[in-house]
Design a protein around this ligand. Sequence first.
Ligand code: OGA
Ligand code: NI
Length: 336
Amino acid sequence: MTRQEHIDFHAIPIIDLAKAKTDPKQLPALARELFQACCESGFFYLVGHGISEDLQARLERVSHEFFAWDEHRKMQLKMELGGPAWRGYFPLGGELTSGKADAKEGLYLGTELDARDPRVQAGWPMHGPNLFPDIPDFRDTVLEYIHVVTALGHRVMELVSMSLALPPDYFYEHFTKDPLILFRIFHYPPDPDPEHSETWGVGEHTDYGLLTILKQDDCGGLEVKSKDRWIEAPPIPQAFVCNIGDMLERMTGGLYRSTPHRVRNRSGRERYSFPLFFDPGFSVPMRAIPQLEGLQTERYQRWDEADVHSFTGTYGDYLLTKVGRVFPDLKKTRAP
Ligand code: OGA
Ligand code: NI
């Protein structure tokens, strides 16, 4: 297959999972829609996903409560206290994208593992217990959300397998039996000078792993890079925004795109977002999928000039090199 270097797309397509649930005969058509979305923009809205609206409303409520705390109280959960598990709170300006401080604060969470878990015992970074604020229902709501959205991630990856003419359990069997799940809650204060300021909530970047499932509120501000312009990904009620990460691009030889995106909160309101990163297992070696080698595409120059395709090593190795740039202190922890 030959293709343009950078594809010019105009809008982000909507994938409706409910179609295939009511009528399994719709699956091949849905897989084709997904194939097109992943090749063109690397982004799609996901509707018909069945994640409870009540659960989402609870998640919003407890998150608003947390970010309304004063800075001193939030800092009692600072990331330094999470150690190598990489959990906890970082304040405004505490995270860098491409070397520049982002205009956001956030709480890093993930699959809850206690000290007896073998992965924690083995000293794997990014595995361990969460730091939960003392807010009624916070813990249960977050863990329930992570649980159901992780299950959704497995379902979407089944469809991704089918979209590549692979057996439905291909990704599960090879990469995501023990997925690395990182979940974040971000708060983007309103941009004080939306006309002139050059500050980004999150600067231009790509995501690292396989699939990001983002719940955004109704403020807007997420932008996705098309050929030579930025396309908005406006909020659609009850839809998640999904995008492909670097490692799915790597596994598909560049067929599926890990597309640059960025956020700027020009709404004048407080923006909250909830990305869940559904990623390969930490100790799983990254490689191109052999069945797709016939489909290998022309390589294009990535936004950051990185060559993800030549990366060899585990997903954990990849992640730690990236994380080292965002939070320099974490790099000191060791990979399995
Ligand atoms: C990210 C990201 C978008 C958002 O966390 O990688 O792109 O709306 N987030 O917060
Ligand atoms: Ni992102």
